[in-house]
Design a binder for this molecule. Structure first.
Ligand SMILES: [Zn+2]
Ligand SMILES: [Zn+2]
Length: 82
C-alpha cells in the first residue's frame, strides 16, 4: 500500500501520490498543504531549479517531490535502506 507523500501524513494514496484530503486541497488551492503552510508562517520554496512553488515535502513542491522520489528510488535501488 502506498501512503500519502505529504510529510506527517500516513493515509493511503488516492491520486497524484496524495491521500484524498491532500489531493482535494491540491485541486482547490494548487497546494496540498495550504492550511499547514499558512499556520507555520515559514513557507519554504521548492529547491528545484526555476521552481517557485511552496515546498511540501523534503524541500520540494508536490510535482518535484514526486519526480525526485522516483529518480531517488532508481538510484538507491542497489543500496536500499528501509
Ligand atoms: Zn495526505
Ligand atoms: Zn517544484
Amino acid at each position: 500500500m502506498k501512503i500519502c507523500m505529504i510529510d506527517g501524513c500516513d493515509k493511503s494514496t488516492k491520486a497524484k501520490g496524495m491521500c484524498s484530503m491532500h489531493h482535494q486541497r491540491w485541486r482547490r488551492h494548487g497546494d496540498p498543504c495550504f492550511i499547514k503552510v499558512r499556520q507555520s508562517g515559514h513557507p519554504i520554496s521548492c529547491q528545484w531549479i526555476k521552481c517557485e512553488r511552496i515546498a511540501i515535502s523534503k524541500g520540494y513542491c508536490a510535482k518535484h517531490y514526486y519526480i525526485q522520489r522516483n529518480i531517488g528510488l532508481e538510484e538507491k535501488h542497489s543500496a536500499s535502506i528501509d
